[in-house]
Design a protein around this ligand. Structure first.
Ligand SMILES: Nc1ncnc2c1ncn2[C@@H]1O[C@H](COP(=O)(O)OP(=O)(O)OP(=O)(O)O)[C@@H](O)[C@H]1O
Ligand SMILES: N[C@@H](CCO)C(=O)O
Length: 319
């Protein structure tokens, strides 16, 4: 379950009274998700999602609200927060920060087809073009500055071979990314896995869960996407999905020469980023709830595959 703070219908009905969003018809806790409490709220006018923030830096929530407002204004497929009659989006409910969103249609794609991959690449490329001009700033909390101290915390839980792989990798990234690399910057989604996208058939209904959103290398975001969306069960890249995503992405935003050069290393660094964050959840800082954590092994396998086989050739950009 992912309702850490239960809400009564009366609480939600009172909350809705500040918005022009209709009166409560039904309230349903959403089982998915691991970080926040999520509810589907149906009113006599529309379908909404209510999120209560359970963890994280609450002071950062205005950044996420502004980012979603900005992307929504620029017609990206994201749930723009619902503002109340006073123009305020961020409220408190049951003692927790709360946001109301439109409920986007569709389902998460487990095994995305090539049309769905192309739609995702197009949306991400569009988002990255737009997000380069978003004025908000939040440092990337999961970049090399985080990997460096945090990887020490999990080494003790790894086999000698995996310890060596992790240590060597982090050292290599310091050389590769430590000095001034001229990679295009912008605002990233920061966690655009398949379970953060919704599709109605082949149509991308929307991208959700922007709470890892931050400012950083756009390539970092793209590598997260390719590692999750275009990797087979053995950790190898799936050439068709890879090309479908990168083809439409680059039609929006062609990669620069520096990005092309950094690409194989970025795939490795973002694979290690998730191997590490998942290891930390399992061994170092387990959450209070009993939800099954994501499997770190998946990203150890992906990292090994990227080390053994490198990256695939990037599709050419059609002028
Ligand atoms: N705007 C939306 N429209 C439709 N469904 C949504 C929306 N927002 C959230 N959901 C549903 O609620 C689930 C949980 O939401 P979300 O991913 O934001 O939670 P979380 O606890 O932050 O999860 P995670 O573990 O991915 O960080 C999603 O997987 C999705 O099914
Ligand atoms: N997408 C993350 C979990 C949410 O941050 C993972 O798969 O490890």
């Amino acid at each position: 379950m992912a309702v850490f703070t239960p809400l009564s219908e009366t609480q939600v009905a009172d909350f809705l009274a500040r918005f022009d969003a209709g009166s409560l018809v039904s309230l349903e806790g959403v089982p998915a998700g691991t970080e926040n409490s999520t509810f589907f709220v149906t009113t006599d006018q529309r379908q909404l999602v209510l999120t209560l923030f359970e963890q994280g830096e609450f002071g950062e929530l205005p950044f996420f609200v502004d980012l979603l407002d900005y992307l929504d204004e620029h017609r990206l497929p994201v749930p723009g927060p619902v503002h109340d009659r006073e123009g305020v989006a961020l409220h408190r409910l049951a003692g927790k920060p709360a946001l109301l969103f439109p409920r986007l249609p569709g389902k998460h794609p487990k095994s995305p087809n090539l049309v769905q991959c192309a739609a995702l690449g197009d949306a991400l490329g569009h988002m990255h073009k737009v997000s380069q001009h978003f004025p908000g700033h939040r440092p990337n909390p999961r970049d090399l500055h985080w990997l460096l101290p945090m990887h020490h915390k999990v080494l003790v839980y790894l086999s000698p071979e995996d310890q060596a792989m992790m240590k060597d990798e982090v050292e290599i990234y310091q050389d590769a990314f430590g000095s001034a690399l001229d990679l295009p910057q912008g605002t990233l989604h920061g966690d655009l896995f398949r379970d953060n996208a919704l599709y109605e058939g082949d149509r991308l209904g929307g991208i959700i869960d922007f709470y890892n959103g931050c400012t950083g290398d756009l390539l970092f975001d793209l590598a997260i996407v390719i590692n999750d969306w275009a990797t087979d069960n053995d950790g190898h890249l799936d050439a068709d999905r890879h090309d479908a995503i990168l083809g439409t992405y680059q039609a929006r935003r062609p990669l620069t020469a520096a990005e092309r050069e950094a690409w194989p290393m970025m795939l490795r660094m973002t694979a290690l980023r998730y191997w590490l964050s998942r290891l930390l959840v399992v061994y170092v800082d387990p959450p209070a709830h009993d939800l099954t954590p994501h499997d770190p092994e998946r990203f150890r396998i992906i990292l090994k595959a990227r080390l053994q086989h490198g990256a695939l050739a990037l599709p050419e950009v059609n002028a």
